[in-house]
Write a protein that binds this ligand. Structure first.
Ligand code: SAM
Length: 248
């Protein structure tokens, strides 16, 4: 509240430009926070991470209706690769472009699908820019994660009581968690066979949630006997060892 009052009373020309890491939620335009909307309405530059420049950005589709019509768009290429050198180069380049806008006095909103603190390229930019900016030049605005939206969609708790919740960025190391009651498996698109194998081995119940809150949303039970190779990149699996009746 203090910060808002300050922003209202300090003229724009003398205000320090800020980097906002904006979580826009999983896809449903109603699942974006009031703070995110407030920032998007006033922002000068929108930074959109893209794995391939020709692809549409889901985060931008969600944010677009809240942004001023003349807002500047900065598309940042963030290749999907495990090559550390390519990644470092992309992050440094993106951070440099954002920094240049901030130096011109333009505030920048970097959009993230879901929450910016969960498996987002925003975190890598933050590591670089934290060393270059004043602490009050950075504001991270949390968003509703895809896993929260998926759990809500099927009216299931992610975890209750003293149960742990394990969130994995894929299937690497999955065997180590076979006794855990609640797993969330992100980035499963190419890993379905391993997920199905895990369900069969552990007798778990699992829900596959694709494009939650977006056009093309699909949510369904995963059966261990089915054959699936690949699903949409925007898919995750909620996996529970017990409570099968909750899933029906
Ligand atoms: C780079 S991570 C981004 C996570 C995001 N920051 C969040 O808070 O949910 C990308 C993975 O998130 C999951 N994801 C993101 N949006 C989704 C959606 N609308 N529906 C289902 N899964 C989604 C998928 O597992 C996808 O592979």
């Amino acid at each position: 509240m203090q910060q808002e009052q300050n922003e209202q009373t300090i003229p724009q020309s003398t205000r320090k430009a800020k980097l906002y890491g904006v979580g826009v939620g999983p896809g449903d335009p109603n699942l974006i926070t009031l703070r995110a909307v407030e920032i998007l309405r006033e922002i000068e530059v929108i930074a959109i991470p893209k794995s391939k420049m020709e692809r549409e950005s889901v985060a931008w589709e969600i944010a677009q209706s809240h942004c001023p019509s003349g807002v500047s768009i900065m598309e940042l290429e963030m290749p999907m690769t495990s090559n550390e050198e390519i990644l470092q180069a992309a992050w440094q380049k993106a951070a440099g472009l954002i920094r240049a806008e901030l130096d011109l006095g333009h505030s920048v909103a970097f959009l993230t699908l879901g929450d910016p603190s969960l498996y987002s390229t925003y975190s890598y930019l933050l590591t670089i820019l934290k060393n270059q900016l004043e602490p009050d030049q950075i504001e991270t605005i949390p968003g509703i994660t895809a896993m929260s939206a998926a759990a809500a969609r099927v009216n299931l708790p992610l975890a209750i009581g003293d149960e742990p919740l394990v969130v994995l960025p894929g299937i690497e190391g999955l065997d180590a968690y076979e006794h855990y009651p609640n797993l969330v498996l992100m980035k499963v698109s190419r890993n379905l066979p391993a997920v199905l194998n895990h369900i069969q081995k552990t007798g778990s119940q699992a829900v596959l949630a694709t494009r939650v809150g977006q056009t093309g949303e699909e949510i369904r039970l995963l059966r261990p006997e089915e054959e699936m190779e690949k699903v949409d990149y925007l898919s995750l699996v909620l996996c529970k060892r017990d409570g099968s009746e909750d899933f029906e």
